[in-house]
Design a protein around this ligand. Sequence first.
Ligand SMILES: C[S@@+](CC[C@H](N)C(=O)[O-])C[C@H]1O[C@@H](n2cnc3c(N)ncnc32)[C@H](O)[C@@H]1O
Length: 236
Amino acid sequence: MVSAIDDAGLLIRDCFIWLYTQNQPKAMSLNHFIEKLNEDKEIKDTLKNQLNGWKTPQIKSCFEPIVMAQKETEGTFLDNFRKYNVGLLNTNVKIGQDMFPSNVVSTDKINEVVDKCFLISKPDKKEKGDFNAHRTVKPLSLCEYIINLTTYSNEAVVLDPFAGSGTTLVAAKKLGRKFIGIDINKEYIEVSQRRIKQTNTTYFILNDIKAERQLRILEKAAKYKRLNKRKIAKAV
Ligand SMILES: C[S@@+](CC[C@H](N)C(=O)[O-])C[C@H]1O[C@@H](n2cnc3c(N)ncnc32)[C@H](O)[C@@H]1O
């Protein structure tokens, strides 16, 4: 949906999340389908055991995204407002207990339960590395959560095309997954490498892909993007 809005020429300004704690999980167990397989009971039981807790990829949805987009302004925001009376946000509107408007809203009274349902720890300086000057370092626990949730086998490859200081890659290494990280900024790649080097894993990693190769992948991708951008520009 966001791509369609973007393609339509609107500018994506923000994304609101409407947060709630109660919803019906839609994930389905595989047992019913395993039962229908043309296999003997022993194989079916092994498979059921193997997939215990693994379900179709739908976890409990606890938010609804609301995209906020606007037409490009004519001149500055102020010029545009004076001409059309649109395009600014009214921050006199308050949310919660007289708070400045935020892009998270909730219709549940979730104050007491929000930690219980959603809390993961924030990264501290030690986790980031004191040499890490990246401004938007993700919590390691968030990356671990997503990797654990989505990868079954140690052969799974975790790809982060916007790796930044490498938190996803550190999490992947910690969890014994293969990983590829890409970033446009060479300094961040060096920070990533340093963090990855310092990460202990109890797993044996077969072959992580070295930074020089990552850079080559990145350069190829950038070239591809440039060529395609030119093509798009000509077509319009
Ligand atoms: C939000 S940061 C990622 C932070 C990372 N998760 C961490 O914990 O450190 C996004 C990264 O994408 C990189 N980036 C932006 N445009 C890019 C592009 N076209 N190709 C590759 N990397 C890009 C930026 O250099 C930035 O480090």
